[in-house]
Design a binder for this molecule. Structure first.
Ligand SMILES: Cc1cc2nc3c(=O)[nH]c(=O)nc-3n(C[C@H](O)[C@H](O)[C@H](O)COP(=O)(O)OP(=O)(O)OC[C@H]3O[C@@H](n4cnc5c(N)ncnc54)[C@H](O)[C@@H]3O)c2cc1C
Length: 347
């Protein structure tokens, strides 16, 4: 099948930051065969870079894209198998993640209710092992299929192959563009275990008068909390948390806690402590008397309610957001000797 290839198009509708960068070549694919067909066309244009795009909710476009942007539109959700305790469900990489969460909740398949309302597509979820409210993708992940564009073959990755970590996976470190995720299979549960102790879920359930927990009630609570706390990209451009919560040695955390008793940290099994990046950003700034929280330079800013979220108020470009991010990293490092790592992928 001949796929439509567009040239020099604006990527504005395709990224939640609303960056008006251009793509030299743009095409969508809805199967592995179509992707292989595109790869043949790509080889004709020489060694241009290839970017795989899902919902564009975890990227910052800092410039026009000189190469190819390929939008994954592989659809379909299938129940593969079930046993007395589990459901194995496979979803095409181009399915909406939140749509999949809702689909599973309707069928009472438990495990991803805490991950409701995370923007983007199924295929990007393993990239950074998406997580929220005490649950990560890896907790329900069974396997995925990816096209190895170098060998032109479909490869299955199991849980251990993916090397999931905190907002991290094998794919974040592999050759850019080499593996294109085609589908993801989740192992969901017929016997829900409710994770309500993280964030304000319990309080939200109480507020709503929920006495008996259900996965639907939890997803509804998560949706309400997220809608009240996070800026809606349809209104204000953003890509969610811009930085990861940094892990520091326990000894360094003790020193930090002595100086700033209100700082919160979460001890990890490896002896490090995860520090809330939002706190570090809120309690530092462009100068001693100003906090980054709510700071704005032109149309680039730090959200007034969520210091971890950088926003585009309209006409900021990727360079402006990147410059703000780098100023934040420098000031946090200067004040606390802690390096903030980006969660958002730069292109
Ligand atoms: C308001 C808001 C809230 C958010 N909250 C959370 C949250 O709570 N938890 C969380 O973890 N994230 C959160 N995010 C970040 C984001 O939603 C997730 O990272 C999501 O998984 C990105 O999906 P996407 O389809 O938009 O990916 P994109 O932004 O399109 O792509 C992200 C990266 O994955 C690669 N990629 C995409 N699809 C494929 C594929 N099929 N094969 C290979 N590579 C691929 C891209 O090349 C890119 O490097 C939030 C974002 C926003 C805007």
């Amino acid at each position: 099948m001949l796929m439509q290839i567009q040239e020099n198009i604006s990527l504005r509708p395709y990224n939640t930051f609303g960056m008006d960068a251009k793509a030299r070549y743009f095409a969508a694919f809805s199967s592995a065969d179509e992707l292989l067909g595109l790869n043949d066309r790509i080889s004709v244009t020489g060694n241009l870079p290839v970017m795989i795009l899902g919902g564009g909710s975890n990227i910052l476009l800092t410039k026009d894209q000189e190469g190819w942007v390929l939008k994954n539109e592989i659809r379909g959700v299938q129940l593969l198998h079930e046993d007395p305790d589990h459901i194995y469900v496979r979803a095409g990489a181009g399915e909406s993640w939140h749509g999949l969460v809702m689909y599973c909740i309707e069928r009472n398949w438990a495990g991803i209710e805490n991950l409701a309302l995370i923007p983007g597509c199924v295929g990007a979820a393993p990239m950074q092992n998406i997580g929220a409210y005490g649950v990560e993708l890896k907790d329900v992940f069974h396997s995925l299929e990816a096209l190895d564009t170098k060998k032109r073959s479909v490869v299955t990755f199991t849980l251990s192959d993916c090397a999931f970590g905190y907002r991290d996976s094998f794919f974040k470190h592999s050759e850019p563009g080499r593996y294109v995720i085609l589908s993801v299979t989740l192992k969901l549960s017929k016997h829900p275990v409710f994770h309500v102790s993280y964030g304000a879920i319990k309080e939200e359930l109480e507020k709503a008068g929920v006495k008996a927990y259900s996965i639907k009630a939890i997803a509804d609570a998560v949706i309400r909390i997220r809608s009240s706390k996070l800026p809606d990209p349809a209104v204000t451009g953003n890509a969610g948390s811009f930085f990861k919560n940094p892990s520091i040695p326990a000894t360094q955390f003790e020193v930090l806690k002595t100086a700033y008793p209100e700082v919160s940290g979460y001890p990890a099994a490896d002896g490090t402590v995860k520090v809330a990046a939002g706190w570090l950003i809120e309690h530092s700034g462009p100068d001693e008397n100003i906090s980054w929280k709510g700071y704005r330079v032109g149309d680039a800013g730090v959200h007034p309610r969520q210091a971890l979220v950088l926003v585009n108020y309209g006409k900021a470009n990727g360079e402006a957001i990147a410059a703000l991010a780098s100023a934040i990293q420098s000031s946090v490092f200067l004040k606390y000797n802690i390096k903030l790592e980006k969660e958002v992928n730069f292109y």
